[in-house]
Design a protein around this ligand. Structure first.
Ligand code: FUL
Length: 493
């Protein structure tokens, strides 16, 4: 009898250990490069060229190379600033629309080699790539397809020239994590002449992107190609926000670089999309992309940067924040101060996680009753483990009980993206002393990350209700925080 009860008591143990198959992926899923890219979350954009010295945004391609002379050029200072702000990478405009090359390209005379800077021996691309590596940041390049200087622009020779430049950049400067193609295309410029002229191209066909992508991946298999909805998509604006609903899926074959198609699709992704195309939010810390002295007083405040962080990273997109060096080759004090303030705010937002005070994590349903998929899996620091339910379930709740009444005012959630993006709507509720549930936050999609800020609530029990999901929900992480920042929600978008 004793033996039998002993055996019976082991049944739940064996049930928990038995293999319960994971959910099948839903829709398109990210590849390894896209998953690694998504983990970077927040990185720097650096716009720097002759424009910095001529006070222009879009140089016409006729500036004398000698104007490029950053007398106190110090890339270590840039990297220190980026790193202290929490950035994990940097993307440099190796060539902007004006055509001036920040490296001594073998295929044009319009580059640093004909500037007075370092007697023409300087190489900004080389210096930034080395400094990034030294400071533990990944390095990427922007290479403008449009070139307002080069006479070949508009002919097939220019496409060869562009590809030769890709060969130089992806061969000589170490690993390139992201290659940025800009959508601005054709129009007025000098194109090697003495007078401004107009040149138009058909952006759909002219560049033959398909073969350029093959070249890029041949040179560096792990490069993330941005622009034209290749590996990631532009969010459709340069103000610092992606849609509150942000799907990583897109019918990407309908989108072409520089050809306006469906702005809503860029902003929110497409629920029925055929490919995995996550969003990147590009925005400048200043009104312009290049440094202008008269914009020193218009640098975005730390609070504004925090709002941008919530409406980009906080909605599952990556944020590429432009911080343009000045004409001395340094990040200006105004930008440095703002980024320092922003880093302080971030520390206050997410510096105090209260998860340690959780004594119990439960779910209204656990797939196969298996420990592998239990509610606890969202609390470990492992992004690879997750809570999930039976296949047919599209709404369910996670319930967290704290040891003591706890103040909570921020939350972070992550879906397990290798199985596709699923959750379409959820809310968070806190239980009052009288046992009543009050809603404290609500949102639509989650994706890589969802950050929520809400008024202080003191509670012992919090629940996350998945209200709608495309397939059974798969959540990998949940964190609750007590922020010491006053709640200021200026997310106008
Ligand atoms: C735009 C460009 O025209 C701007 O000058 C800037 O480079 C920005 C990142 O992309 O389309």
């Amino acid at each position: 009898m004793r033996k039998l009860s002993c055996i019976l008591s082991l049944i739940p143990f064996f049930a928990a250990c038995s293999q319960v198959t994971p959910p099948a992926p839903y829709g398109p899923t990210p590849n390894k490069v896209q998953l690694e890219w998504q983990e970077l979350e927040f990185y720097a954009f650096v716009h720097f060229t002759t424009n910095t010295f001529t006070d222009m945004e879009w140089g016409l391609g006729n500036s004398d190379p000698s104007v490029f002379n950053p007398t106190e050029f110090d890339v270590d200072q840039w990297m220190d600033v980026f790193k202290s702000a929490g950035m994990k990478a940097v993307v440099l405009t190796a060539k902007h629309h004006d055509g001036f090359c920040l490296w001594p390209s073998g295929y044009t005379e319009y580059s640093v080699k004909n500037s007075v800077w370092k007697d023409g021996k300087g190489d900004v691309v080389g210096a930034v790539s080395e400094a990034a590596q030294k400071h533990g940041l990944k390095f990427g390049v922007y290479l403008s397809p449009w070139d307002r200087h080069d006479d070949r622009y508009g002919t097939s020779e220019y496409v060869d020239y562009y590809r030769n430049q890709i060969r130089e950049l992806l061969t000589d400067y170490g690993p390139i994590f992201e290659f940025w193609k800009d959508g601005a295309n054709g129009g007025t410029g000098y194109y090697g002449g003495t007078e401004s002229q107009e040149r138009r191209v058909d952006a759909r066909t002219y560049y033959d992107w398909e073969n350029t992508h093959i070249l890029l991946r041949d040179l560096q298999a792990d490069v993330f190609i941005f622009g034209g909805c290749t590996d990631g998509r532009w969010c459709g604006n340069e103000q610092g926000h992606v849609g509150e609903t942000n799907w990583c899926r897109l019918n990407k074959d309908k989108y072409h670089l520089g050809v306006p198609y469906n702005m809503d699709g860029l902003y929110c992704g497409e629920d029925d999309g055929t490919h995995w195309v996550p969003a990147e939010v590009d925005v400048s810390i200043r009104p312009g992309w290049f440094w202008h002295e008269n914009e020193n007083s218009k640098v975005k405040s730390p609070e504004r940067l925090l709002d941008i962080y919530y409406t980009s990273v906080g909605r599952g997109a990556n944020l590429i924040l432009n911080i343009p060096p000045n004409d001395k080759g340094l990040i200006s004090d105004e930008d440095v101060r703002s980024l320092e303030g922003f880093a302080e705010l971030l520390k206050k937002e997410f510096g105090h996680c209260v998860n340690d005070g959780i004594k119990k994590a439960e779910a209204t349903q656990v797939r196969g009753g298996s420990r592998t998929y239990s509610a606890k899996q969202v609390l470990d620091e492992d992004h690879e483990t997750y809570w999930t339910t039976e296949d047919s379930t599209t709404s369910a709740s996670l319930i967290f009980t704290f040891k003591n009444p706890t103040v909570v005012n921020r939350a972070m959630l992550r879906e397990y993206l290798p199985l596709g993006q699923r959750i379409a709507s959820f809310n968070i509720e806190a239980q009052t002393d009288s046992g009543e549930w009050i809603e404290i936050a609500a949102a639509t999609t989650i994706g890589h990350k969802r950050l929520l800020r809400f008024d202080d609530v003191t509670t012992k029990v919090i629940r996350i209700n998945i209200l709608d999901s495309k397939a059974c929900p798969v959540l990998s992480d949940v964190k609750f925080y007590e922020s010491t920042n006053p709640l200021k929600r200026n997310e106008s978008h």
